[in-house]
Design a protein around this ligand. Structure first.
Ligand SMILES: NC(=O)NCCC[C@H](N)C(=O)O
Length: 258
């Protein structure tokens, strides 16, 4: 039976110092961010996910964006080497957490860099964004880690946003969704649906036809509801100021053997 465990990591008190690359810096209210994070975790729990808190990394402003530090495929946890040097100390605590869950652990090594936000799994196809955070050696190492396990790794260019999953994610039926102005090459995806808002491109699959989305994309929520999905929304406005989205606040683990 598939597991429904999700790693999350409490925001650092230094969250407001998090990196911004493609947007203007705005003041972050850390107290409000903590409330939003708690509501996000509660939404996962309410839909049957057992949330596991990785030891907080208070000195790492971006540590709440736990998705960037590990990529899961089957029972293997690939610990990343984040493209932003300032984020590299985040991985140690995540490695401990996945090892404790019984995962096989593998690593991206220098000179490779890879952020989990650049990795989109659609069945056994793993799209990887080659952009500001993930380099060619990171792509090669991802292939070497997961292709022997049955995955097909497809590299796609990312130049307009921080990560591949800032541009596109996938619905439960495998349709890739994205806001066209932010997607480099929509034609690379076999089935692509354009959505009206940038943050509408981000969905977390909660199970069945239920999707978790940011409250900032009401028109996309309407579109997806009309297509027969159940949409659950959370306000993650403080994280959006740091280029975060719903996907990056957790790592869902569906195929643990432990
Ligand atoms: N996977 C993600 O979308 N991660 C968001 C990371 C945001 C953080 N401020 C960063 O620039 O690394």
């Amino acid at each position: 039976m598939p597991s429904k465990k999700a790693l999350v990591r409490r925001p650092s008190p230094r969250l407001a110092e998090g990196l911004v690359t493609h947007i203007e810096r705005e003041k972050v209210d850390v107290e409000l961010a903590v409330e939003q994070w708690e509501a996000y975790v509660a939404a996962l729990s309410a839909h049957g996910w057992e949330t596991i808190e990785v030891e907080p990394a208070d000195d790492c402003p971006d540590s709440v964006f736990v998705e960037d530090t590990v990529v899961m495929y089957k029972n293997v946890a690939l610990i990343t080497r984040p493209g932003a040097e300032a984020r590299r100390p985040e991985t140690a605590g995540v490695e401990e957490a996945v090892a404790a869950l019984g995962c096989s652990v593998n690593w991206i090594w220098e000179p490779g860099t890879l952020d989990g936000g650049d990795v989109l799994k659609v069945g056994d196809t793993i799209y990887v964004g080659r952009g500001g955070r993930t380099n060619p050696a990171g792509v090669q190492q991802l292939r070497a880690a997961f292709e022997p396990l049955g995955a097909r790794v497809v590299a796609v260019p990312v130049s307009k946003v921080l990560h591949l999953k800032s541009a596109v994610t996938a619905l439960p039926d495998g349709t890739v969704i994205g806001h066209i102005p932010k997607v480099d090459r929509p034609a690379l995806f076999p089935r692509f649906l354009s959505v009206p808002e940038e943050s509408g491109a981000h969905v977390v699959l909660l199970g069945g036809s239920t999707l978790l989305m940011a409250a900032s994309a009401p028109r996309t929520a309407e579109l997806l509801t009309d297509l027969g999905f159940e949409v659950v929304t959370v306000d993650i406005g403080e994280f959006e100021k740091l280029e975060g989205c719903v996907t990056c606040l957790s790592v869902r683990m569906r195929e643990l053997y432990a």
